[in-house]
Design a protein around this ligand. Structure first.
Ligand code: 13P
Length: 250
């Protein structure tokens, strides 16, 4: 098995003001002085906070990433933000294809274009996939996530494997307090990894689990053989709690 460094990312979603974001990042840095051995730590604040949070974390081993980007480099796209703009803030990557964005209209084609644009600009990508409760109950989970992974990784080359991670986030577990069992999460993360094999070095890519990860369940989830970290929503808004999850990944 390839040596996959665990990655723990906090997706702040649309939470905190810029000042609160800087305070949260500063508190996290204080919780984890020098970072955490053997774990890559990431925070994903709103666009408006990227520059301030990146400045607050300068010299500290916590990477700052955006929550999405637009696929075009510039132009008449009111309200959108390009990969180069994100890179210019000091951020080094971005989430792409979060289910909350897909629910608002982001298609597989848009996700693929955004993945390509992010990689072309030099950003790291956390690609998200995951099924709805209806899909899980209908037994469609594997086919669905494999389709999402294939659609997005179709634009990625094998030598770009270390420039992305894939987060499996069952929609029914996001923000609900209803976590997938470690066995369930393991099973689908293994399927995600298998789906990636046609496109990248699947043995080397980090597959993360997301969906109501907290300080109590993190160690068991990340202890599964195909789960290489976590994408954390609500629990990442508390510095001490997020630091506990980071330590659980070590
Ligand atoms: P919660 O951890 O709040 O369930 O959110 C998960 C998520 O969507 C992270 O991207």
């Amino acid at each position: 098995m390839a040596d996959r460094t665990p990655l723990v990312a906090g997706n702040w979603k649309m939470n905190t003001t810029p000042a609160e974001g800087v305070a949260l990042a500063t508190a996290l840095a204080a919780e984890l002085p020098g970072g955490q051995d053997g774990v890559e730590i990431v925070v994903c604040p709103p666009f408006t906070h990227l520059e301030g949070v990146a400045a607050a974390l300068e010299g500290h081993p916590v990477a700052v990433m955006a929550q999405t980007i637009h696929d075009q480099a510039k132009g008449a796209h009111t309200g959108e933000v390009s990969a180069a703009m994100v890179l210019g803030t000091g951020a080094t990557g971005t989430i792409i294809g979060h289910s909350e964005r897909r629910a608002a209209g982001e298609t597989d084609e848009m996700v693929a274009a955004r993945v390509r644009a992010a990689l072309d600009a030099g950003l790291f990508v956390i690609l998200c996939c995951g099924e709805s409760l209806e899909q899980r109950e209908a037994g469609e989970t594997e086919a669905w996530v494999k389709g999402q992974v294939a659609a997005a990784l179709g634009v990625v080359t094998r030598d770009e494997t270390d420039r992305l991670a894939i987060a499996y986030e069952p929609i029914w577990a996001i923000g609900t307090g209803k976590t997938a069992t470690p066995e369930m999460a393991q099973e689908t993360c293994a399927q995600v990894r298998a789906a990636a094999a046609g496109f990248i070095d699947a043995d080397a890519v980090r597959v993360l689990y997301g969906g109501s990860v907290n300080a109590d369940n993190a160690a068991q989830l990340m202890g599964q053989p195909d789960i290489d970290g976590a994408l954390v929503g609500g629990a990442s808004l508390d510095a001490a709690g997020f630091a506990t999850i980071v330590r659980a990944a070590a």
